[in-house]
Design a protein around this ligand. Structure first.
Ligand code: ADP
Ligand code: ADP
Length: 231
């Protein structure tokens, strides 16, 4: 479904953040990108979601396609409409607004009735978000904010959900809750997931395929059992 081939991304004409990345994500599959800090994982997600494109000096070489259609050069909102959303690191909610108001802002591709239905789907996936629907987002715990951030991304009914370090700074119990929800999403709603994680063990517990990124390159890939054997 998603194919990234020989992609190269350079910041400010000098920093080669991604040198040569090729990866694919199939329908309904959870794929994880692992590797040390600064390896280029976030940059790959940003390249796919189109948020690098308008910045001067960010060059993208190679191809990125979704079901055969190129995503390179498309605006971020067009990419969302085509079914690809990213939840950036750090969640980035509108903190003075309520949970429900934050969620409704993710429904950019929907009619009012479509948004109501999408909201109910998010509440099914994250019952805790439903409980807190009228709470000011800034008052929530980090884990709850992460659920809202993922929920907001789901409001556009994506086919591919990209998560950048969703477990960062969160307590183990709530991480387990979030990962279980993400796993259900791929199984029950056939949503594909591209997951960037520092915590490899956690990521490999839900992913069916992993790519190890180092210095902007894929250095190893395979299903979790194959990668564990190589460790
Ligand atoms: P090539 O482009 O040379 O086929 P790939 O890296 O795409 O190389 O694939 C290498 C092998 O890994 C193939 O057997 C392919 O089916 C498998 N593979 C690649 N990506 C995935 C993925 N996301 N899920 C499952 N298998 C994958
Ligand atoms: P990872 O997600 O694997 O930690 P990143 O994709 O965030 O890695 O970063 C890859 C490289 O690109 C690093 O050397 C980082 O310092 C650099 N980089 C990331 N964002 C920018 C930016 N906006 N401008 C310049 N360099 C950047």
């Amino acid at each position: 479904m998603l194919n990234v081939n020989n992609v190269q991304i350079v910041y400010d004409n000098v920093i080669e953040a991604v040198r040569d990345a090729s990866l694919s994500v199939d329908e309904g599959q959870i794929v994880t990108l692992l590797g040390s800090n600064g390896a280029g994982k976030s940059t790959i997600l940003k390249g796919i979601s189109g948020v690098l494109y308008p910045e001067d000096g960010d060059i993208i070489g190679g191809t990125i396609t979704l079901n055969g259609e190129s995503l390179i050069g498309r605006k971020p909102d067009e990419i969302v409409r085509s079914g690809v959303v990213m939840v950036p690191e750090g969640r980035q909610l509108f903190e003075p607004l309520t949970v429900e108001e934050n969620l409704m802002m993710g429904g950019i591709t929907r009619s009012r009735s479509g948004a109501t239905e999408a909201l109910e789907n998010v509440f099914d996936i994250f019952p805790r978000v439903k409980e807190k629907r009228s709470t000011i987002a800034g008052y929530l715990s980090g884990g709850e904010q992460q659920m809202v951030a993922i929920g907001r991304a789901l409001m556009s009914s994506p086919r591919l959900l990209m998560l950048d370090e969703p477990s960062l700074g969160l307590a183990p119990q709530i991480i387990a809750e979030i990962f279980a929800a993400v796993s259900d999403l791929s199984k029950q709603n056939n949503v594909s997931v591209l997951l960037v994680e520092q915590n490899a063990e956690l990521a490999l517990s839900i992913a069916s395929y992993a790519y190890i990124i180092e210095n902007g390159r894929v250095v190893m890939d395979g299903p979790p059992d194959k990668l564990m054997d190589n460790e």
